[in-house]
Design a protein around this ligand. Structure first.
Ligand SMILES: Cc1cc2nc3c(=O)[nH]c(=O)nc-3n(C[C@H](O)[C@H](O)[C@H](O)COP(=O)(O)OP(=O)(O)OC[C@H]3O[C@@H](n4cnc5c(N)ncnc54)[C@H](O)[C@@H]3O)c2cc1C
Length: 293
């Protein structure tokens, strides 16, 4: 099923992101997480793709397994850096052959510690080129999502450019977008105003990262340029050596953030689960009365 068809319905979309596990043991843990989250009846789940194609086979295997062994709609992430156009078309033909109809088209980040990384000359430099490549070769077969950045992508000089490049992805044929994580809803609402002004009218689903580990979230947020509000940092710092308390604060924060977003009429919520169900389930339980069924 194409996700955009589900997003046209009035109900709120709830979705989850997973990454491809590295070991048999973590695959078992992932499938337990999927089982735990399945009863929420998510609109879709998505599986990430390692920078420069580093998880090509692992991503494919997990996507295929979820598609074949559960009733969930799956979206595969695909990054264009490091692949030739022919390789990208081969990958997409393969996903088509196993029945996958949803793809998150990304540029990707340069892989770290890969000295021999080479970007093929005939590859796609940016996500808009990948979106166009998919539309040119697969027509409307795929529902295509793209990333958006309420605080601007770290490489973007300003929000004007950010919106201009986002619009190019939409004009190339993107159906909907998922945002980078953010912790301050006011930044997201301002972003929506800019998007509307620019005439972009695809559904934009906020990406929610529940804070369960302060050190880890600080690192992630710094990497992607997401601001953690000062009051939240101060509160978390007080309990730096009490992981359970940090998790409790993080979950409470995400609950309030999600309720505010739902009250503002967002089309859906996409949870970065880090392959664990506990925090997401606890959040869901407290926000479910605000979700349109
Ligand atoms: C929801 C979500 C899921 C993600 N999943 C993954 C994943 O699975 N694997 C992974 O490796 N990474 C993932 N990322 C991270 C993403 O790959 C990085 O943020 C990457 O640096 C940018 O990807 P993009 O698709 O937004 O690129 P682009 O849209 O190409 O943008 C990259 C930068 O170039 C600028 N730009 C865009 N188009 C042009 C153009 N035509 N000319 C000049 N400049 C341009 C943009 O403003 C931006 O600064 C994800 C991000 C999000 C938000």
């Amino acid at each position: 099923m194409k996700i955009i068809e589900i997003l046209k319905q009035p109900k709120t979309s709830i979705s989850f992101e997973f990454f491809p596990p590295k070991s048999e043991e973590s695959e078992i843990q992932l499938f337990q997480t999927i089982k735990d989250l399945e009863h929420i009846n998510p609109t879709f789940v998505s599986v990430t793709y390692g920078a420069g194609g580093s998880t090509r086979d692992r991503t494919r295997n997990i996507v295929k397994k979820i598609h074949e062994e559960t009733n969930l709609t799956v979206m595969v992430h695909l990054t264009c850096l490091g692949h030739s156009r022919k390789e990208l078309i081969d990958i997409l033909n393969d996903y088509k052959s196993i029945g996958i109809q949803n793809v998150l088209a990304l540029r990707g980040d340069l892989p770290v510690n890969q000295e021999n990384f080479v970007q093929p000359e005939d590859g796609c430099k940016h996500a808009d080129e990948l979106v166009r490549l998919i539309r040119d070769n697969f027509g409307d077969y795929y529902c295509i999502a793209v990333a958006s950045y309420p605080e601007g992508h770290p490489e973007s000089p300003n929000m004007e450019q950010e919106i201009r490049f986002f619009k190019q992805k939409v004009e190339a044929g993107a159906d909907f977008s998922i945002t980078q994580m953010f912790f301050d809803n006011q930044i997201f609402y301002k972003f929506l105003e800019l998007v509307e002004k620019a005439g972009i009218n695809i559904p934009i689903i906020p990406g929610i990262m529940p804070i369960t580990n302060f050190k880890q979230i600080r690192k992630f947020a710094a990497m992607c340029g997401a601001t953690i509000p000062n009051e939240l940092i101060l509160e978390l710092e007080k309990y730096e050596n009490e992981p359970e308390k940090v998790k409790e604060i993080g979950i409470e924060y995400a609950v309030n953030q999600c309720i505010d977003l739902l009250k503002h009429g967002v089309k859906g919520l996409h949870f970065y689960t880090l392959n664990k169900s506990d925090a997401t389930l606890r959040i869901y339980d407290k926000i479910k009365d605000y979700i349109k069924g």
